[in-house]
Design a protein. Structure first.
Length: 325
C-alpha cells in the first residue's frame, strides 16, 4: 500500500512537470514514453521502491551509478555493460569496482521489458532509478526528460575521466567544465555525499602519508583526525565510514556543514573551500535548511542527465542492460 501511494504521488508530480516544462532545450523530453510505454515510469518506480524499502543505503549507490555513467561517454548506459574476452568495460575499471545497484537496474529493465519489449532504454531506466531512489529516502524529486538511447561501447580506460576523490579544485573545475557543468553544479552535485559510505582506503593517504613523510592532510580538522584513525587503521581496505557522519542515510544539507568544519572525507570535499565562488555556495547550502540545496540539486541533476546523450537513431535499445544486442 505504501508503495502504491508513493507511485501515485510521483505520477502526479510528473504530470505537473509535463504541464510546466514541455520545452527543455534538448532532444530529450518529459513523457517520452506516454504513447509507446505509458506505464514505464510507474513500473520503474515500483521496482526501485521494492529494493529501497528493503535496503535504503542502495539509494546512494544508485545515484553514484548514474553519475559514473554520465561522466564517461555521456548518459548512455555504458557503465552497465559487462566486459568481454576482447574488451575490459567501464564497470571493471578501478574507479568503478565499488559500484553497486546493478541488480536494481536489471530488475527494472526486466519488468519494463515484460510490458514493452525493446522500447525503453537502459540509460533512461538508470536515470529514473537514481531519481526515484533518492526521492524514496525523502530526497528531492526532479523531472527526468527521457529519450536516451543505449551506447554500444564501454572502455575501462575511459573511466579515467571520472572526477577523483583526490582531485584539487582546479582539476575538479576543469573536469566539470568539460561536461558543460559549472562551479555551482560542482558544489551542488558534491552534495550527493550527504548519503552513503566510503572505504578507509580512500582516505588512507590523507590520514597517514599525505606528502610522503608520514603526515596528515593539514586541510583536515586536527581534532577529527584521531577519530578517523581509530576507525581506519593503516592498510585497512575493508572498513567503511559515513561520508556525512550522523546523517549518512538522510538526504539533507548537513554535508555542507561537515565541509565547513573541515571534516569532509575526501580531498575533493576539502577542495571546495579553495575556490571563492565554490566556498560561497558551500556556505549558502549549509544555511539553506534543505530548500535551496534541494532546488539546485534538482536543476543540476537534470543538467547532468543530458550530458552526451544518444537520441533518435543513434545507439540502440538493449534487450539486456549488461549486453549489447
Amino acid at each position: 500500500m505504501a508503495i502504491q501511494k508513493h507511485i501515485s504521488l510521483v505520477l502526479q508530480l510528473v504530470i505537473v512537470a509535463l504541464v510546466f516544462n514541455r520545452a527543455n532545450g534538448s532532444s530529450l523530453k518529459l513523457g517520452f514514453y506516454q504513447n509507446t510505454c505509458p506505464g514505464a515510469e510507474a513500473i520503474v518506480m515500483k521496482t526501485t521502491a521494492n529494493y529501497i524499502y528493503q535496503s535504503p543505503s542502495l539509494a546512494a549507490s544508485l545515484l553514484r551509478l548514474h553519475f559514473h555513467d554520465c561522466f564517461v561517454r555521456g548518459c548512455d548506459g555504458s557503465v552497465l555493460l559487462n566486459s568481454t574476452t576482447s574488451n575490459q568495460a567501464e564497470k571493471d575499471a578501478p574507479p568503478n569496482l565499488s559500484l553497486k545497484g546493478f541488480e536494481v537496474i536489471d530488475a527494472a529493465k526486466a519488468a519494463v521489458e515484460a510490458t514493452c519489449p525493446r522500447v525503453v532504454s537502459c540509460a533512461d531506466i538508470l536515470a529514473l532509478v537514481a531519481r526515484d531512489a533518492i526521492h524514496l529516502i525523502n530526497g528531492p524529486f526532479w523531472p527526468v526528460p527521457l529519450g536516451r538511447r543505449d551506447g554500444r561501447v564501454s572502455i575501462a580506460l575511459e573511466s579515467r575521466s571520472l572526477p577523483s576523490p583526490f582531485a584539487n579544485i582546479t582539476t575538479l573545475k576543469a573536469n566539470f567544465a568539460s561536461k558543460g557543468l559549472n562551479v555551482k553544479d560542482l558544489v551542488v552535485l558534491s552534495g550527493a555525499h550527504t548519503v552513503g559510505v566510503s572505504h578507509c582506503s580512500t582516505i588512507a593517504t590523507r590520514l597517514y602519508n599525505f606528502t610522503g613523510q608520514g603526515d596528515t592532510d593539514p586541510s583536515l580538522d586536527p581534532k577529527y583526525v584521531p577519530l578517523l584513525k581509530s576507525i581506519c587503521l593503516p592498510n585497512d581496505k575493508n572498513t567503511t565510514l559515513a561520508m556525512d557522519p550522523g546523517s549518512s542515510q538522510s538526504f539533507d544539507e548537513d554535508y555542507y556543514k561537515v565541509v565547513l568544519k573541515k571534516r569532509g572525507l575526501f580531498q575533493s570535499d576539502a577542495a571546495l573551500l579553495n575556490d571563492k565562488l565554490a566556498s560561497l555556495y558551500v556556505k549558502l547550502y549549509s544555511q539553506s535548511h534543505g530548500y535551496k540545496f534541494f532546488k539546485d540539486f534538482q536543476d543540476s541533476m537534470v543538467k547532468m542527465g543530458k550530458i552526451g546523450v544518444l537520441t533518435g537513431k543513434a545507439g540502440e535499445i538493449r534487450r539486456s542492460c549488461s549486453l549489447v544486442n
